[in-house]
Each structure stands twice: as C-alpha cells, then as structure tokens.
Design a protein around this ligand. Structure first.
Ligand code: MN
Length: 224
C-alpha cells in the first residue's frame, strides 16, 4: 500500500513538474489595449484558445521525438523537410502557428504608441514610392490570400524587402516553402483573427491593423 502511494506521488509529481518544450510568452499588452481596432474578446480567444492550441499540439507531437527536445522553434521550421515524416505536418501547422502568433503579438501595440518614425517613412518611400503605396500593396497581398493564411513583409537574403502571403501557418523560415527571409511585418488573415468584429469584411480589418502596428519594432527588424 505504502509503495503504491509513493509511486502515485512520484507519477503525479513528474506530470506536474514536467516542462513542456514550448510555452506562450505573456501578451505584451492587455486584451482590450487594441480597441477599437482589434476587440478584446477576439484577442482573448485568439491568444488563449488558438495560439495555446498550437503550442499544446506542438509539444504533444514532439514528445515522440526526444532528439528534437532541445531544438528551438526556428530550428524546427528551418529544418522542416528533415523532420520525421510522422510529425512533419504537425510541426508545420502547429510550430508555424506558434512562431507566427508569437511574432504577431509583438507586431501589435496600442494605437497611441503606433507611430512611424521619419527614418522608417523614408525607407518605405524609397522602396515603394510612398508610405501609402506601401500600405496599399500590403493590403492587396493580405486580401488576395484565399482562405486562411498570413500576409508578410520580409527582408530576403539579398537584403531586399519582399511582400507575399502564405497559406495556413506557413512562413519564410520554413525550408519547404522556398521564400527565405527574415519576417519584418506579419498580419494574420485567418477568420479567427477578425470575424467577431468585422465578420466577412477582411478589408476593414486590414485597414484597422495600420492603427496598431508596432512601427518601432518594424524599423528595428528592418535595419538590424
Ligand atoms: Mn491566428
């Protein structure tokens, strides 16, 4: 009997104290901080249900592969094609989901902090003709994604800025999608990101996004 109790305690402790490989960093703002552009209920569900599920599914899939235990999310995505076949799709969808959402939260900031510096304005003007043209180009990319996915601005390996969209949770780190580069700006255009407030009006959500972009981070990523 005593042995059984001790065994139960050991089993329970190992469950309680086993550290999952990946976890969510806290949101860098309150759920309602992006109102009225992104509503607090959407933020709450997006962070606690959608993003949390990607992390849970990713951790579960990796339990089967102890040799991937200490690998970073960037490593997993950059080496997707070399991962064991039975977890490749799970890591693509859920690892991509974890990376993309973690990046997206840092891309957002309350409207009163969302300000583009003259330096960033000049970089965007050099590349796109004007800041307005940069925005309309990005909006077109985000609108043209059929179904679920992301719109991206990346710095490609030759240092040039590029815009494109990816389906599902794919991104430019993945070795299987052949658009290598460092993400600079990302917009989640899955319906779960906007449907409660904007319903089918994706274009309105995309326009609202400009009010809550963390331009300081965009500039940092672009120039470093
Ligand atoms: Mn999402």
């Amino acid at each position: 009997m005593k042995k059984q109790i001790i065994l139960s305690i050991i089993l329970l402790s190992s469950t309680l104290f086993s550290f999952a490989q990946f976890s969510q960093s806290p949101l860098p703002f309150k759920y309602n901080a992006l109102e009225p552009f992104i509503d607090s209920v959407t933020m709450y569900i997006h962070f606690n249900n959608h993003h949390a599920s990607y992390v849970a599914n990713l951790n579960k899939a990796l339990e089967k592969s102890p040799d991937l235990k200490n690998k970073s999310i960037e490593y997993l995505l950059q080496n997707l094609s070399k991962l064991p076949a039975d977890i490749q799709t799970v890591v693509r969808n859920n690892g991509g989901g974890h990376y993309n959402h973690t990046f997206f939260w840092t891309m957002l900031t309350p409207a009163n902090k969302s300000k583009m510096s003259p330096k960033l304005e000049s970089v965007l003007t050099q590349n796109y003709g004007s800041v307005e043209k940069f925005k309309t180009d990005f909006e077109k990319v985000a609108l043209s994604r059929f179904g679920s996915g992301w719109a991206w601005l990346i710095k490609s390996e030759d240092g040039k800025l590029k815009m494109f969209s990816t389906p599902n949770q794919d991104n430019s780190l993945m070795d299987i999608i052949k658009i290598p580069g460092k993400p600079i700006l990302a917009l989640d255009v899955w319906e779960h990101a906007y449907y409660l407030k904007y319903q089918s009006k994706r274009a309105e959500y995309i326009k609202a996004f400009w009010n809550v972009v963390n331009w300081d981070l965009v500039e940092k990523l672009m120039t470093e």
